[in-house]
Design a binder for this molecule. Structure first.
Ligand code: PNS
Length: 163
C-alpha cells in the first residue's frame, strides 16, 4: 500500500489543491490530507472548519482522509506509517520554500520521500492567500475554488458583515 500525506494550510482549499489531490490518487493508494493547526498566517477558516469543508468536497474519494495536525510533519508520518509527502509546485517562486521544507523533512526522517506535482497552467496562478484577498474585496473567485468552498466563503463573509 502506498500511503501518502498532503500537508498544508488549505485556507481555503482551492481548485489548485483539488487538482493535486486528484492527480496524486493516480499514483498512491491512500491519501491523508493534513491541515496544519499551528499556523501564524491570518486565517479565514478555523482548522476544523477547513477539515469539514474538505471532507465535503472530497467525499467521493473513499481513499482520502482529512485531519488536522500539530507539531512536526515527520511525527505525523511516523505515527501513521506514511513515507510519502505530496506537495504542489506552481512556479519557480515556490521552489526555495519547498526545497527547504524537503531538506528539513528528509534530515528529520531520512526514508521520507517528497513527490512534487507541477500545477497545470489553469491553476498555476491560484493561491489561497490571493483568493482570500480578492474575495475580501468583493472580486469573483468562483472559478478558483470548488463550489462548496465558494458557498462557505460567501457565508463567512455575510456573518462578518452582520456582526
Ligand atoms: O500550505 P503551506 O502553509 O505552505 O504548508 C506548509 C506545511 C504545513 C507543509 C509546513 O509548514 C509544515 O509541514 N509544517 C509543520 C511543521 C514542520 O514539520 N516543520 C518542519 C518542516 S518545514
Amino acid at each position: 500500500m502506498r500511503n501518502a500525506v498532503y500537508p498544508g494550510s488549505f485556507d481555503p482549499f482551492t481548485n489548485g489543491h483539488l487538482d493535486i489531490v486528484e492527480r496524486s490518487l493516480r499514483v498512491v493508494d491512500s491519501l491523508t490530507i493534513a491541515v496544519l493547526k499551528n499556523t501564524s498566517k491570518k486565517s479565514m477558516f478555523t482548522p476544523d472548519e477547513r477539515v469539514d469543508i474538505m471532507r465535503e468536497v472530497l467525499k467521493k474519494y473513499p481513499q482520502v482522509k482529512v485531519e488536522t495536525f500539530e507539531g512536526l510533519l515527520v511525527d505525523f508520518c511516523r505515527t501513521r506509517n506514511i513515507r510519502i509527502v505530496i506537495r504542489g509546485l506552481r512556479a519557480v517562486s515556490d521552489f526555495d520554500y519547498e526545497h527547504a521544507i524537503f531538506l528539513m523533512n528528509r534530515k528529520l526522517l531520512p526514508d521520507l520521500e517528497t513527490m512534487f506535482l507541477m500545477a497545470g497552467s489553469d491553476n498555476s496562478f491560484i493561491s489561497s492567500t490571493i483568493v482570500k484577498e480578492v474575495a475580501h474585496f468583493g472580486g469573483n473567485i468562483a472559478d478558483q475554488v470548488p463550489a462548496i468552498v465558494f458557498e462557505r466563503m460567501q457565508k463567512k463573509k455575510s456573518q462578518h458583515t452582520e456582526s
